[in-house]
Write a protein that binds this ligand. Structure first.
Ligand SMILES: Cc1cc2nc3c(=O)[nH]c(=O)nc-3n(C[C@H](O)[C@H](O)[C@H](O)COP(=O)(O)OP(=O)(O)OC[C@H]3O[C@@H](n4cnc5c(N)ncnc54)[C@H](O)[C@@H]3O)c2cc1C
Length: 442
């Protein structure tokens, strides 16, 4: 099926996870664009990293994530607030509210968390320091069985959001379709390639061509493949880091994060109630390097090979990253977590840092759970890039979205809506209304 070549779409979005659907929602509602299309290769929206099984289901604000600097936390807080504002209005069924905390165990971690509290309370005035007794009253299983000599401290926020990002994506699409505009959502339709076609873009799909004035590729790590095919992002590669989860019964009432391992971009293991079934506690995610762009999908092995990590520069970069002692042992340990029999025993120690009395028999490996974080590697500078990557080309934008990509999806859509103004004539984006409609005090 082709759209009318004389009347191309204003914007075509490739990818129907939270990033793509958030953009469809923002463009449909806050711009004067009339013709929009979104396509995804799967038959349903949000089947990859935005699926509820595949991520940690956390709306990150930056207060309990000790892998964030203050500047990053400030930025994430602002971005996540838009999504909280949206969910409170339009997708209440996608959220689960509870307290949340980050737990420090032992002298070193406790003094690091004390220092962090002093630095962060300006941005997060509601963050509270709580000690053993208060932790016990909120999360008894975090204290039960813990050595009395072991120092503990937690930073508590009363406002913790567990979030089903798949439901959010579906809700974005539903809200977009309510607008009286020409909006098409093609599911089960893969973008094979993207080409310049006079002043427009042409997307080749198995069911015909799609023409658009501008394109936003929100296809997770696959965005980089499209970018490279058009000569962008040559210096970037993807290191796919899969995250697995273990399941247990009802051990925790809210999210309990642990202190970050320095030098690593990923959040340390945490325990939290499953957003779809709060009587289940999930522990994870682990961090296992895998040669796949999608978890459990070996068809994405060739795609991984296209993302540059297997060039000379890519291999040199990986070597330089992995040679660091902390990273090396972290990678080895995380590879072991998925080894049958042995992995669960190793993981138990990490889970016991959160719930000391948890036993081996309480933990069950979450078969099929966990996505792949597309860790962006700069093969020129031979280092990992922290956070999301956005490549802006001529009339085209590519988004690669590791965590906290889902939390910041609406703000990312806002940024893309601004960028699109540089490519489209007579374009209007009512940012003021967007900000007003998604106002949320955290
Ligand atoms: C283990 C783990 C834990 C995480 N925890 C959190 C968390 O707690 N909070 C948080 O904010 N973030 C978290 N993240 C990150 C978060 O899941 C992602 O940032 C977010 O889901 C990215 O959304 P997306 O729409 O960009 O990508 P995706 O959800 O992966 O969507 C990309 C879409 O593009 C489609 N696509 C790909 N190629 C094509 C093609 N050729 N044609 C058409 N369609 C295509 C795919 O089918 C898919 O639907 C976590 C990630 C992992 C892996």
């Amino acid at each position: 099926m082709s759209n009318d070549i004389q009347k191309p779409y204003d914007v075509a979005i490739i990818g129907g996870g939270v990033t793509g659907t958030a953009l469809l929602y923002v463009l449909s509602r806050y711009t004067n664009l009339q013709k929009l299309v979104l396509l995804d290769k799967y038959k349903e929206l949000a089947q990859v990293n935005s699926h509820f099984n595949n991520n940690s289901q956390t709306l990150h604000f930056g207060d309990i994530e000790t892998n964030y600097s203050l500047a990053k936390a400030r930025e994430v807080k602002k971005a996540a607030s838009f999504l909280a504002g949206y969910a409170e209005k339009y997708a209440k069924d996608a959220i689960l509210l509870s307290h949340k905390m980050v737990l420090a165990v032992g002298d070193e971690e406790v003094s690091e968390l004390e220092r962090r509290y002093d630095e962060f309370r300006e941005v997060f005035p509601n963050l509270k320091k709580i000690y053993r007794d208060e932790i016990f009253s909120l999360e008894p299983n975090v204290i039960k069985g813990r050595d009395l000599k072991q120092k503990v401290l937690a930073l508590l926020s009363e406002k913790g959001y567990a979030i089903n990002y798949q439901k959010i994506a579906i809700s974005f699409a539903r809200e977009a379709l309510k607008q009286e505009k020409e909006i098409d959502i093609f599911l089960g339709r893969s973008a094979i390639s993207v080409l310049r076609w006079d002043d427009w873009w042409k997307i080749l799909t198995p069911d015909g061509e799609i023409f658009a004035k501008t394109i936003v590729v929100a296809a997770g790590p696959h965005s980089l493949i499209f970018a490279k095919s058009l000569g962008y992002g040559k210096e970037l590669g993807i290191l796919p880091v899969a995250g697995s989860f273990y399941k247990a019964s009802n051990f925790l009432r809210g999210k309990v994060y642990t202190m970050q391992i320095k030098k690593l971009p990923f959040a340390a293991i945490h325990g939290d109630p499953n957003v779809n079934d709060p009587t289940e506690t999930r522990f994870g995610p682990t961090a296992k390097v895998l040669p796949l762009l999608e978890r459990h999908n070996w068809h994405t092995l060739p795609d991984f090979l296209e993302t540059s990590v297997f060039t000379l520069c890519g291999v040199q970069s990986l070597f330089k990253i992995i040679i660091d002692k902390t990273i090396f042992w972290y990678v080895v340990k995380n590879l072991m977590f998925d080894v049958p029999w042995f992995g669960k025993r190793m993981f138990l120690k990490d889970a016991q840092k959160i719930v000391p009395a948890i036993k081996l028999t309480d933990l069950k490996y979450g078969i099929g759970l966990g996505g792949v974080r597309p860790q962006v590697v700069n093969t020129k500078q031979q280092k990992m890039e922290m956070g999301e990557a956005k490549i802006i080309g001529e009339g085209i934008i590519f988004d690669i979205t590791p965590s906290p990509g889902a939390s910041v999806c609406l703000d990312n859509a806002r940024k893309n809506a601004i960028e699109l103004g540089k490519f489209l004539k007579n374009y209007e984006f009512d940012e003021k209304k967007f900000l007003k409609d998604h106002k949320f005090e955290y």
